[in-house]
Design a protein around this ligand. Structure first.
Ligand SMILES: *[C@@H]1O[C@H](CO)[C@@H](O)[C@H](O)[C@H]1NC(C)=O
Ligand SMILES: *[C@@H]1O[C@H](CO)[C@@H](O)[C@H](O)[C@H]1NC(C)=O
Ligand SMILES: *[C@@H]1O[C@H](CO)[C@@H](O)[C@H](O)[C@H]1NC(C)=O
Length: 282
């Protein structure tokens, strides 16, 4: 109990320090448009097939049936970027079991994580089951389109996979710009993992949380997990740039969604006013 209290005091103290970083109570229309554009890819990944993701070129769909992981790679020749969108279709519940929730050393092809980097066993296994396919196709695309930026996107546990994919792509393609957009992401790794992502991505990691969505809080910090930045808290409804807060850069801002004690499962299913079942495939 005393240890727990100490942890709470420490967390509060760190929270206060972090709080000194200015937060933006409303975001620009341009940033808002980006957050609501990249959620389209995340939601399109729920579609069994997506002929033209957000009107762009479908490079390939990929899957691993043994881990039940699906996604697609798209190319946007206007924005000059290659998008990796991930869906984790196994029920979230499966990933919240005692076994999968274990933190294990982060390992992925071509990466050099800092000592002590740990990630969620289930998510890491799911990502690694498609990683070699994704890396080789991204490499082919970059051979043909060398300057293109790389983007990952995903919702819910797909958000966690988009985080793991993002850092893996950043490590494998260090001279290309890499951005990640996650929506209702589950905590994915430990403190070292979160700080590693913060260090490598800075403002290029966009982690949206809708109002009282409970999913980002399901795996608690108390068992060693931590969110990376930057949280964009869409609160309250209705969605608008004015009602979206850019939270503290470290990832756990006590004044953003962490301030919500009782979460809501329905809030998980809508981001930026769009239902997660909506495909953007033409
Ligand atoms: C996974 O299963 C689907 C449906 O049975 C099949 O179309 C697809 O080719 C399989 N993917 C892999 C990588 O085996
Ligand atoms: C699919 O995932 C399983 C389990 O992680 C793995 O053993 C297998 O190699 C993966 N398949 C491919 C084609 O990567
Ligand atoms: C922000 O949310 C409040 C409360 O729901 C609402 O009254 C207001 O119209 C919203 N602002 C915008 C610009 O949508």
């Amino acid at each position: 109990m005393r240890v727990l209290n100490l942890a709470l005091v420490l967390a509060t103290f760190l929270g206060e320090v972090v709080h000194a970083v200015p937060v933006k109570r409303s975001i620009s229309q341009e940033l808002y448009d980006d957050l609501s554009f990249y959620v389209e890819y995340a939601f399109s990944a729920y579609s069994t097939t997506c002929a033209s993701p957000s009107g762009n070129t479908l490079v390939t769909e990929f899957s691993n049936n043994s881990t039940d992981t699906q996604g697609f790679i798209a190319r946007d020749d206007t924005r000059q970027e290659i998008i990796v969108s991930l869906r984790g279709s196994t029920t979230l519940q499966d990933y919240l079991t005692d076994v999968d929730i274990l933190l294990v050393p982060f390992k992925a092809s071509g990466t050099s994580p800092p000592a002590g980097t740990l990630a969620h066993l289930g998510f890491l296994t799911a990502w690694n089951s498609v990683a070699s396919t994704v890396l080789s196709i991204v490499q082919e695309q970059l051979d043909a389109h060398p300057g293109y930026a790389l983007v990952t996107s995903g919702h819910s546990l797909g958000g966690s996979l988009a985080s793991l994919a993002g850092i893996t792509l950043q490590q494998n393609f260090p001279s290309n710009s890499v951005r990640m957009y996650t929506y209702g992401q589950v905590r994915t790794g430990n403190d070292v993992y979160a700080y590693w992502v913060n260090d490598k991505f800075g403002t290029n990691a966009y982690r949206s949380v809708h109002t009282t969505d409970i999913v980002p809080h399901l795996i608690p910090r108390a068992i060693g997990y931590r969110h990376h930045g930057i949280e964009y808290w869409e609160n309250p409804d209705p969605a608008s740039p004015e009602n979206t807060t850019q939270c503290a850069a470290d990832g756990e801002d006590p004044d953003c969604s962490d301030s919500v004690v009782f979460g809501d499962a329905d809030a998980h299913l809508v981001y930026y006013g769009i239902k997660n079942s909506t495909p953007f495939c033409s």
